[in-house]
Design a protein. Structure first.
Length: 671
């Protein structure tokens, strides 16, 4: 049987090609399709043919070629479902121009799109000759079924959903014309609907994916440890996670889509949410201490509120600290542990506190035992790095050959005995925190060069390694040596000195703040025993007088000694260690007047001792005759000797007698 034929007449080549392809797909097996576009060329007069117009509008342009015996069918057209996926990506409520060649085709197409469920966007029909209102002229997106050239220039996003296709009723009309409807109608409508089903399958797949994505995001937001709430420009809640449910005491099902004010009833919270100057504030909500943060997502015109439980944050920080503590990388002391109320200590603590707030290196200088390590700890603990590691390296305690691998680590196989997998050095381990370089004056010149490089570059290279590892470490160094003298002698690099001493902190010697000695002595006593210990005034006076060349460490050791040897709950002069056992002077000589005054007291004591031995109790005039001191000076020194428990000054004319402690003191003095 000869195949039947039909002629398709379209306006544009694009429409011609698309519809030719559609008809071929569905009817090509049974009917031969010829097609022409009026914008291209048309055939000579057609006779006795079935002619399909792509739309009623082209009639004027083509009717002259439709001759005798022709039957004309004007195609009804519907959206081409293949390309509409892109429309789902447009945001909810977006205004778009729907651009077509005529008002009725534009209106029709909009209705079709709405019918198949694309209702989240707001369509404005547009066709040649339509005048847009000033408001409509701001629309930046246009959709068109192949009529790209008709889109106004103001539009920036152009979505071509392709030429509209011939609908099923027209296809059935064609079959009827050829008397094929009965034989082929079912099959053709199946082919047509299969395409539609494919589309609805794609749409449902897309919906499924959107639902999955929404669920996934809900799980993510629910998994966040903080309360998260979001609301749109009208105040309607769009996000309300599980933690927010707990904090606010409202279920998300109840909260979502409600107005924010109906859920957050607390006035102060409402005013915080709606004002613009503050971005965070502290609130107590349902008995919980919450820090509330607010920020705006401009693109989505959404406000997000985050609720952080400060009690939980504190316990998390404690857990992090516990972790560091287990590794031993923690600064144990704070400024509270630094005992002393003397003006000089208060001032030093104040300066240290300020230095701590910077990120710059600090060099702590002070005699041995003045608390340099204590200050380094305290500085770290008030700095912004306080929840990061604090590592102390004592250069005088580590042998030179170990130092390098300890500080910088090594790679596997770097040397015989190197651990499998290599080792991280202290600088790497201190990353994010503070490294305390103690006794920096004892560092060898070779190590000084390496340290200088690390401090300059803020990166290290492991022994045997070939890559530089960046580090973020704050340096606090300490020394009891006079680094300037070392520089003069060529034992310390001047460039390293300048790198380290960006900020300096000088710690006072204990003798410069003797007024702190009673508090220190009592503190150390309490630290070491729970027993109620009294320090006799004689002992206290003696402690105050001692030059303390070993500073606080020496004082602490003296207290430990006395607590060990005491016979009662009172620390008496007999418990004091032998003066010669006091630490020898380290860096500073004892202040001049101290030596002289001590010497004079000793001489006086010697005089009293001799007088007592030969003449019994000694009168003040006799004592004065035997010394170069004035009567007034003798009186003052006798008072001091009595306070120390070395003599007993009698009333009236009864004279002065040396005590046992005085005798011991005299006898113990080097000749
Ligand atoms: N102000 C203070 N209050 C309480 N204890 C202190 C104080 N200063 C120092 N100490 C104690 O004295 C001892 C010595 O302190 P630290 O080790 O910090 O001194 P240092 O200056 O680093 O000494 P060195 O130069 O010998 O290393 C420590 O036991 C410390 O706890």
């Amino acid at each position: 049987m000869r195949k039947q034929e039909l002629v398709l007449l379209a306006g544009t080549i694009e429409t011609q090609n698309t519809l030719q392809e559609q008809l071929n797909d569905i009817l090509g097996e049974f009917i031969t399709i010829h097609s022409y576009a009026s914008e291209d060329w048309l055939p000579d007069t057609l006779t006795d043919q079935l002619v399909i117009y792509s739309s009623a509008i082209i009639e004027k342009e083509v009717h002259h070629v439709v001759g005798k015996g022709c039957k004309v069918i004007v195609a009804r057209r519907t959206t081409n479902y293949e390309y509409i996926d892109q429309l789902f990506e447009l945001p909810q409520g977006e205004r778009v121009l729907y651009v077509n060649d005529f008002p009725q085709t534009a209106e029709e197409s909009i209705k079709t799109l709405q019918k198949i469920g694309i209702q989240h966007i707001h369509y404005v029909p547009y066709y040649p000759g339509k005048t847009l209102t000033p408001d409509q002229q701001t629309i930046k997106t246009a959709i068109t079924p192949g009529e790209i050239h008709l889109i106004p220039d103001s539009v920036t996003q152009k979505i071509n959903i392709g030429v509209r296709l011939i609908d099923i009723t027209t296809l059935m009309e064609i079959l009827e014309h050829f008397n094929l409807k009965e034989a082929l109608g079912g099959e053709i409508s199946d082919r047509y609907t299969r395409k539609i089903i494919e589309l609805s399958h794609r749409l449902s797949l897309m919906n499924q994916q959107t639902t999955l994505l929404n669920q996934h995001l809900k799980h993510v937001v629910d998994g966040v440890n903080d309360g998260v709430v979001a609301f749109d420009s009208r105040g309607k809640i769009t996000v309300f996670n599980q933690v927010a449910e707990q904090y606010i005491g409202v279920s998300s099902v109840h909260a979502i889509h409600k107005h924010i004010q109906s859920i957050f009833k607390q006035d102060s919270l409402q005013s915080f949410i709606f004002q613009n100057d503050e971005t965070s504030r502290y609130f107590t909500i349902n008995g919980m201490n919450l820090m509330v943060y607010r920020f705006h997502l401009n693109e989505e015109d959404t406000t997000v509120i985050i609720f952080k439980n400060t009690d939980e944050t504190i316990s998390m920080q404690k857990a992090a600290r516990h972790d560091l503590l287990q590794k031993g990388y923690i600064a144990k002391y704070t400024f509270e542990d630094i005992t002393g109320n003397s003006p000089i200590v208060q001032k030093t603590k104040q300066i240290a506190n300020r230095l701590a707030q910077t990120e710059l290196p600090v060099l702590i200088q002070g005699e041995s035992g003045t608390g340099k390590e204590l200050y380094a700890n305290a500085i770290h603990n008030v700095s912004s790095r306080n929840y990061q590691p604090f590592l102390a390296v004592n250069f005088s305690a580590l042998p030179e050959d170990l130092l390098e691998s300890e500080l910088f680590g090594y790679e596997e196989g770097a040397f015989t005995g190197a651990k499998k997998g290599g080792k991280m050095g202290l600088f790497e381990q201190a990353d994010g925190g503070t490294i305390f370089l103690d006794e920096i004056g004892d560092v060898s010149v070779k190590m000084q060069a390496r340290l200088l490089r690390v401090i300059q570059e803020m990166e290290i290279r492991r022994i045997g390694g070939n890559k530089n590892i960046p580090i973020d470490v704050r340096i606090v160094a300490a020394t009891n040596k006079d680094l300037l003298k070392l520089i003069e002698k060529g034992d310390f690099r001047e460039d390293l000195y300048h790198r380290l001493k960006v900020l300096t902190l000088s710690l006072p010697a204990l003798r410069e703040r003797a007024e702190d000695i009673p508090t220190l002595a009592t503190t150390f006593t309490k630290e070491q025993t729970h027993e109620e210990i009294h320090i006799s005034s004689t002992v206290m006076n003696q402690l105050k007088m001692n030059p303390w060349n070993g500073n606080i460490r020496e004082l602490k050791n003296t207290i430990s000694y006395m607590l060990a040897v005491r016979e009662s709950n009172e620390l008496k002069k007999e418990d004091l260690p032998n003066p010669v056992s006091y630490q020898p002077g380290t860096t500073h000589p004892i202040a001049e007047e101290d030596i002289i005054e001590k010497q004079e007291q000793l001489e006086l004591l010697q005089v009293i001792y001799n007088l007592n031995q030969h003449q019994g109790r000694a009168s003040r005039s006799k004592i004065t005759q035997r010394t170069p001191l004035s009567e007034q000076q003798v009186r003052l020194r006798l008072q001091k000797l009595q306070e120390k428990g070395y003599i007993q000054v009698g009333r009236g004319r009864s004279g002065t007698a040396i005590t046992d402690a005085g005798v011991r003191f005299v006898q113990n003095q080097p000749l």
